[in-house]
Design a protein around this ligand. Structure first.
Ligand SMILES: Cc1cc2nc3c(=O)[nH]c(=O)nc-3n(C[C@H](O)[C@H](O)[C@H](O)COP(=O)(O)O)c2cc1C
Length: 308
């Protein structure tokens, strides 16, 4: 049977679309594949100014997202066998367009369906995926697979290149810095996942899909990330409330708080993060067993509320 697959995704720079195309490249002829693009009614800027970028944090963290455009009715009325949801984290949460979709009536298309999530990001996605799992759970969708592609350069390098990419629009390498984003060879090699999805579908064995994807390296996760995200999200929640007390998105009254958040984040990443990494390593040594259990959980597709 030819699977009918719907790919719903948002991608600001096109990176995630490239990843999705690569994943599906070898099964295009064997499946009926439709794409539905999630489009904000008011597009986010690209490249961003620093103020615009960090001003998007509070509403992203508080899950008060942008409104998204309707999806064509031919797609909404079609019965799909499998849905691939492609999204990216923003500030450790699903991007505003992704949350906008998941909170909208359009997300009913996911009800009762097996879903594979595909994430393309810098390197911090755990908390965002837990939020997406929560939305899928609420919709009665069944998460059967998760594929995560990250920028595998060291943390500080990927921070510098993502800044150059976001604020100047420059993805390609320059000076001592490599290209930003997920490495081209990792995007190209993602075609292996499509074959696995297809085979598990035709074998009627989607329940075992994540095991198959993991055996191909679909999720590479270091224990330190659990600690870093736990810390980060706590601080983001405090700052988002503090900034929103001065107004909504784009309100000039909150600009000074947004810029203070920006400065603090930069200090945290470049000055405090080596110290933070050290304390994370100590915590890792003390709590290794518990953290390894966390890693095992985050690699899977099960959902337990409040894990991070
Ligand atoms: C506002 C904003 C916040 C971001 N926050 C994160 C983050 O918390 N974790 C992460 O790994 N990447 C983060 N990124 C990088 C994105 O996840 C993504 O890789 C990049 O925006 C390109 O995606 P796209 O072109 O497919 O939309 C952020 C990007 C933006 C624009």
């Amino acid at each position: 049977m030819r699977p009918r697959i719907l790919v719903v995704y948002y991608s600001q720079t096109g990176q995630l679309r490239q990843i999705l195309d690569s994943i599906l490249s070898d099964i295009n002829g064997k499946a009926d594949i439709d794409y539905a693009v999630i489009e904000p009614v008011t597009p986010f800027p690209f490249p961003w100014s620093a103020l615009q970028f960090f001003d998007a944090m509070p509403e992203t963290v508080e899950h008060l997202p942008c409104v998204v455009k309707p999806i064509p009715s031919e797609i909404l009325n079609k019965n799909y066998d499998l849905i691939i949801l492609g999204y990216q984290p923003w500030f450790l949460n699903p991007s505003q367009p992704a949350t906008g979709f998941l909170q909208s009536e359009l997300a009913k298309i996911l009800m009762g369906k097996p879903v594979v999530t595909v994430i393309g990001c810098r390197n911090m996605w755990l908390h965002a995926q837990e939020k997406v799992k929560g939305y899928l759970d609420g919709l009665g969708a069944r998460l059967v697979g998760n594929i995560v592609l990250t920028d595998t350069n060291p943390n500080l390098v990927s921070t510098l290149t993502v800044i150059r990419w976001s604020f100047k629009g420059q993805k390609k390498a320059s000076g001592l810095l490599p290209a930003a984003g997920v490495q081209d060879e990792d995007v190209a090699a993602a075609n292996r996942f499509g074959k696995t999805i297809y085979q598990h579908f035709v074998d009627d064995n989607l329940i075992d899909l994540q095991r198959g994807l993991l055996s191909q390296g679909a999720v590479v996760l270091k224990p330190g990330l659990v600690i870093l995200e736990q810390r980060g999200i706590k601080n983001f929640r405090i700052w988002s409330k503090y900034i929103r007390r001065k107004g909504g998105p784009g309100d000039p009254a909150r600009a000074s708080r947004v810029l203070a958040f920006k400065n603090l984040l930069i200090v945290a990443i470049f000055i405090l993060s080596p110290i933070s990494n050290l304390t994370a390593l100590i915590k890792l040594a003390i709590k290794r067993h518990a953290l390894l259990k966390d890693v095992e959980y985050f690699r899977q597709v099960d959902y337990e509320k409040g894990r991070i």
